[in-house]
Design a protein around this ligand. Sequence first.
Ligand SMILES: [Zn+2]
Ligand SMILES: [Zn+2]
Length: 139
Amino acid sequence: MTTKELEDKLQARDIHPTAMRLLVLEYLIGQEEAISLSDLESHLTHSDRTTLYRTLKTFREHGLVHQIHDDSGNTKYALCRDDCTCSYPDDMHVHFYCSRCEKTYCFPHLTIPEMDLPDSFEPTYVNFVVTGTCPSCAS
Ligand SMILES: [Zn+2]
Ligand SMILES: [Zn+2]
């Protein structure tokens, strides 16, 4: 992806492109699985944790990434699809956590069915994580 394409992707979410945000976005795009703050920190070694955390927070607030809570104890982040608005139930989907390699995968095509909750319970977010073994750990 070119810098221009990365900038466009940020601007489409009303995020002002800065050098740091472009680096973080580029890293996110290159990953097959969801990333944690520590993953980001070990990749961008010259950046401090607070700045990286704020960058992910900004991305999340603008709907560029969503967060996942899996059994690893770390919050993970994955890119949203371009048309995602992070709303229930349309954009809520299944995640898969591999308990061997501790990687978390995003399955945007596996949507979560709308739940028949008791009256006056208003869902805003669903954390749906399947735990198991991924293909590389199974073989
Ligand atoms: Zn695995
Ligand atoms: Zn996801």
